[in-house]
Design a protein around this ligand. Structure first.
Ligand SMILES: NC(=O)c1ccc[n+]([C@@H]2O[C@H](COP(=O)([O-])OP(=O)(O)OC[C@H]3O[C@@H](n4cnc5c(N)ncnc54)[C@H](OP(=O)(O)O)[C@@H]3O)[C@@H](O)[C@H]2O)c1
Length: 327
């Protein structure tokens, strides 16, 4: 089958199409014939070797398609079922087929198309756990969402608004600002042109925000802490601009009894019931039109390198997909 194999860590050019053997499902695993594979920012870190993997490997942790075969002991899925996943221990997502542990698979309802479903796997489930569990947004909260026109960001703005928050957002450039506003953000700062921190203090009347959802990391985290209200929460969930340095915990006290957390999706969907509940909530939000998915770009599987170039150049909006087969 066709797959995107990484033989050495490096830039987008290391993403090479290759013919590889179709994987065989082991006990507890399901073989999925994919129609789309999701591109996520974390894939760029794995490709660069910042999150080391044994070489060679097929990149990608997300996909949607149809069950082709099941390994011994699989009970919940049968050939022909439509399924999606946000995580696999061995990656393998940028490929025509992948094996996925039964415990990681989500049933895709008939009324949700494959591309939309794929956007809701890692990025949707992340946006969901961030605003319902990590810092549960309450009606009337004012919060700050960075990179609000991105894959997670656009979904997070909408979900937080639906929970009754006042959402301040940042985005890079006028087109992204317009998109974040259209997604429901109340106030959006183009943080490439303007320092977001004084702007946040100005629009909150110097009160600061209850929580900052920060996926940018190095470039933003200090100013994110500075705009928190007393006892506010910094939810540092990514490092798109680089990893933050070690934090002196005393700063939390002097900053106003602040909280900092560094969550990962894996810990918010460990139980099958939690994974299903989050996915079903997202499907319901789509049906109720509280949530819209924006597919920013799609590339043929063979052009995964182009998708990565655009993502790292900050050129993308919403979800980036690789087309693997007929949808
Ligand atoms: N912890 C978790 O559970 C979890 C789960 C999923 C994703 N994440 C993290 O969340 C972040 C967003 O993921 P995503 O897949 O939805 O990506 P994305 O937001 O669609 O793309 C990354 C965006 O980050 C912004 N950015 C700011 N500084 C950047 C820089 N120096 N280089 C590149 N981009 C920069 C850009 O938007 P602007 O142009 O608007 O600045 C860019 O479009 C990533 O850091 C990812 O690793 C974490």
């Amino acid at each position: 089958m066709l797959a995107i194999r990484v033989d050495r860590a490096g830039g987008p050019e290391v993403l090479r199409p290759a013919e590889v053997d179709q994987p065989v499902p082991q006990p507890g695993e399901v073989l999925v014939r994919q129609t789309v594979a999701g591109v996520n920012y974390i894939d760029t870190s794995i490709r660069r070797g910042r999150i080391p993997r044994d070489l060679p490997f097929v990149l990608g942790r997300e996909g949607v398609g149809t069950v082709l075969a099941t390994g011994a002991g699989v009970r919940a899925f049968r050939p022909g079922d439509r399924v999606g996943y946000a995580e696999t221990p061995h990656l393998g997502g940028y490929a025509e087929a992948n094996v996925v542990p039964e415990s990681e698979l989500v049933t895709i309802p008939d009324d949700i198309d494959d591309s939309t479903a794929c956007a809701l796997m890692l990025q949707g489930i992340t946006a969901h756990y961030l605003c319902t569990s990590t810092y549960p947004v309450a009606p009337g909260d004012t919060i700050l969402v960075h990179a609000a026109a991105g894959g997670v960001g656009l979904l997070l703005v909408q979900l937080a608004k639906a929970r009754g928050a006042r959402v301040i957002a940042t985005a890079g450039g006028p087109e992204k600002v317009a998109l974040a506003l259209a997604a429901g953000a109340d106030h959006v700062v183009d943080y490439r042109a303007t320092d977001f921190a004084p702007e946040v203090m100005r629009v909150t009347g110097d009160a600061g925000v209850a929580a900052v959802y920060d996926s940018v990391g190095l470039d933003t985290w200090e100013r994110s802490m500075a705009v928190l209200r007393r006892r506010g929460v910094l939810v540092l969930y990514g490092a798109s601009s680089g990893r933050v340095p070690p934090l002196d915990l005393q700063r939390l006290g002097s900053g106003g009894s602040l909280y900092v957390t560094r969550p990962t999706a894996t810990d918010y969907k460990r139980e099958r019931s939690e994974l299903d509940a989050r996915a079903n909530d997202l499907f319901d939000a789509l049906r109720a039109k509280r949530l819209t998915v924006r597919i920013g770009a799609r590339y043929p599987l063979e052009r995964a390198d182009e998708a990565h170039r655009a993502l790292e150049a900050r050129e993308t909006i919403g979800k980036i997909l690789l087309d693997v087969g007929a949808a």
